[in-house]
Design a protein around this ligand. Sequence first.
Ligand code: PLP
Length: 374
Amino acid sequence: MRSKNNIPLINPDLPLYRTLEKDIRDIIHSKQLTKGKYLAKLEARIAKYLGVEYAVGVSSCTLGLMLVLKCLDLQGEIIIPSFTFIATAEAILWNNLKPVFVDINGETLNLDPEKIEAAITPKTSAILAVHVFGNPANIKALRAIAWKHKLKLIYDSAHAFGAKYKSKFIGGFGNAEVFSLSPTKLLITGEGGLITTNDKTLANNLVRARDYGGSGNGEYNLLGLNSRLGEFNAILGLQGLKRIKTAVVQRNKIAGVYKKYLSKIDGIKFQFSEKDNLCAYKDFAIIIDGKKFGLKRDKLIKRLTAGDIETRRYFDPPLHRQPIIRKYRFRENDLTVTEEISSAIICLPIWSSMDTETALKICRVIEAAHNHAK
Ligand SMILES: *Cc1c(COP(=O)(O)O)cnc(C)c1O
């Protein structure tokens, strides 16, 4: 049981029941539980909000990624970071494709474009980049590499709803982007995912593939599955969308408080986000230099836990050290930075309705741990 003083890592921002009540009643009365008007409305609103041509709702980001890889008919090897959530690689493996792990940049924590070309082989068919913790990837450099080598470019945008690259929302870059709408992310439908693209053919195929691959006249000529997003889930997303802008603003405010306070303490580094980008801060990460800070990362986590503050080691271990990935015995590139960051990172509590005082309380616990270590 959580104590009263517990500060959780996440705290899903859900709409008030009364804002959902009318739509819930409507769904029950109409008996249209899936493939109905609320999903269509959610897709239209999100496409408009993000400024993309097509938004395709699915039952999870993992399935969305699986469908995108399938519908783009990719073969061979896919370049991805090892510093991401397991689902990025699982979507590749379910397609019988091979993930090729490339190192990250130690400042942005995103795929390092400078290390990608060395990993490209004649078998490479795509780059699947991640906007880690909601921090937009180096899109310009990734686009140039993809274009030069004729590779598809896909983004796992699970963390990045509401984030902006330059002045444009994440969602319209590459061949497709895939968001997660699960409870740990910014826009929540319960379970759910969303694919955005400006490619009409791809969008049409995705709509069919999420519904067993049918063409509508009893013929099945596409390998599909069932990954539809239900109507009850869609109404959560419709309400959540109204709050997304303030959610991102509030998360940036909290991140600002953390940075201001913690930057005074030796041995703490932050994820770097370009000034002209907007980070969604799905997570707020600190990177601990044990020698300078005076305590090793895991010792600091113990202190925070003792102070009833929940943290997470995202992403430790990184994917290339996960048992299911090791089983495949893929060839390994140099992943030095990934290893360094994974062993030093802590994700601190952050959520869309978090107040400044809660962030300050966490900062004080970290400061005390540092002071007592000396
Ligand atoms: C959460 C997450 C996913 C999976 O999302 P689901 O909607 O739970 O399938 C994929 N990639 C990343 C980077 C994630 O954090």
